[in-house]
Design a protein around this ligand. Structure first.
Ligand SMILES: NC(=O)C1=CN([C@@H]2O[C@H](COP(=O)(O)OP(=O)(O)OC[C@H]3O[C@@H](n4cnc5c(N)ncnc54)[C@H](OP(=O)(O)O)[C@@H]3O)[C@@H](O)[C@H]2O)C=CC1
Ligand SMILES: N[C@@H](CC(=O)OP(=O)(O)O)C(=O)O
Length: 361
């Protein structure tokens, strides 16, 4: 992506699990530079290295160690072209609103604005065209240059990649049943207590199932011709069951799909649709777009989180075990990296797309 401009970026919630992933990804970004870091009053005033319990496998980048963490007030982020938000949802609503009304674009991971009618909920390898609602949102909020684009719940992000490939390249989808096996990093830090998760599976993640069931329809839906509203995908029902499993990173999902066709599509057509799936971010040459959006694993026992979560540097989805479903039409297992395509990586690619589409002038 030829880019003659360096973007100065801020990270809100920089000390958390998603915030740390932002720091790792941004430290190697070709044209985004970390300008300011924000977190709670507990962290404000401390150097980043002192405020943060660093949990990434990569070393903390030297460039951030001495940055003073600030409280999340827009006045502390004056020199930023945009901010990424990895804020806890209990505070994200008010803080993100303050930034966007101060004219600073926000790329958020939090759930607060995902289903708002004027907010694009964008998984960048799936529905980047939903950003066309940004101008309408700016008018609704009276926010000048400011706007908010959210990414989805981390489990939703992997699911919609598979469903989009099937829905657009094979046949319209009617019903989906999905069972997730979600990594502990999805719960942030310190997250789930070790006595709850070791030698165990927890068959409940608060609020997760209704989020997955609702977000899919918005993401796979369309924008109306005047780019002022989303029309959700009609008549597609999703039933989700979400489990927490003792895996550090990478959400696995067992999916069954029924198409709105009399005769089931062939397994070859389904595999071809996955393999040949491409997205706008690839065509626009965005640096964080994966080379291959979906990898199809041919081995009988893949995908596995430890072996497959870093496919495409965490921006690809791996799908395996594609087979006929005796109840619906087809079933398969997919894997998505929950803090990369499921969180920070998606936000960064959303910002690259917004730049390419001239929303960050
Ligand atoms: N983990 C994942 O896989 C995914 C997470 N998300 C969403 O991303 C967001 C971040 O998640 P995650 O990183 O896991 O959470 P963490 O709990 O690890 O981090 C939360 C961050 O929010 C900050 N924070 C908490 N309270 C305040 C406050 N009052 N004012 C300002 N900052 C505050 C914390 O700062 P401090 O350290 O100072 O307390 C920390 O930086 C959440 O909304 C989550 O739902 C979305 C998709 C995937
Ligand atoms: N709840 C997800 C992560 C997350 O925070 O999702 P959301 O942003 O939709 O609350 C998980 O536990 O894996």
């Amino acid at each position: 992506m030829a880019n003659d401009r360096i973007l100065q970026v801020g990270v809100l919630g920089a000390t958390g699990t998603v915030g740390q992933r932002f720091i790792v990804l941004l430290s190697e970004h070709p044209f985004m530079r970390i300008h300011s870091l924000g977190a709670s009053e507990r962290s404000a005033g401390k150097a980043y290295a002192e405020a943060t319990r660093w949990k990434m496998q990569e070393r903390m980048p030297d460039q951030v160690r001495d940055i003073l963490v600030k409280s999340c007030d827009p006045m502390h982020f004056d020199g930023c072209d945009l901010v990424f938000s990895g804020l806890d949802a209990s505070v994200a609503g008010d803080i993100e609103k303050a930034f966007l009304t101060a004219g600073i674009p926000v790329f958020s991971n939090a759930k607060n604005y995902r289903m708002a009618p004027e907010v694009p909920l964008v998984v960048p390898v799936v529905n980047s065209e939903h950003m066309s609602l940004i101008d309408h949102q700016r008018r609704v909020y009276g926010s000048g240059k400011g706007f908010v684009v959210t990414n989805s719940n981390c489990s939703t992000s992997g699911l919609v990649v598979a469903l989009k490939a099937l829905h657009t390249k094979v046949a319209p989808i009617r019903r989906v049943v999905v069972t997730t096996l979600q990594a502990i990093s999805g719960a942030g830090y310190p997250g789930v207590a070790s006595l709850d998760i070791l030698d165990n599976i927890v068959p409940y993640i608060g609020g997760e199932e209704p989020k997955m069931e609702a977000e899919v329809n918005k993401i796979l839906g369309n924008v109306n011709p005047s780019a002022t509203a989303f029309t959700p995908l009609p008549d597609v029902k999703v039933s989700a069951t979400c489990n927490r499993v003792p895996v550090v990173d990478g959400h696995t999902e067992c999916v069954s799909v029924e198409f709105a066709t009399e005769t089931p599509p062939s397994l070859e057509a389904i595999e071809d649709a996955f393999k040949s799936y491409r997205c706008e971010a690839q065509d626009l040459g965005c640096p964080s777009a994966p080379e291959q959006v979906i990898y199809v694993a041919k081995e009988a026992d893949r995908p596995q989180p430890r072996l497959d979560r870093d496919a495409g540097k965490g921006m690809s989805v791996t799908i395996g075990r594609i087979r006929e479903c005796p109840v619906f039409h087809v079933k398969f297992t997919l894997l998505v990296h929950n803090t990369v395509l499921g969180a920070a990586g998606a936000s960064i690619l959303n910002a690259e797309l917004a730049l390419k589409k001239n929303y960050l002038s």
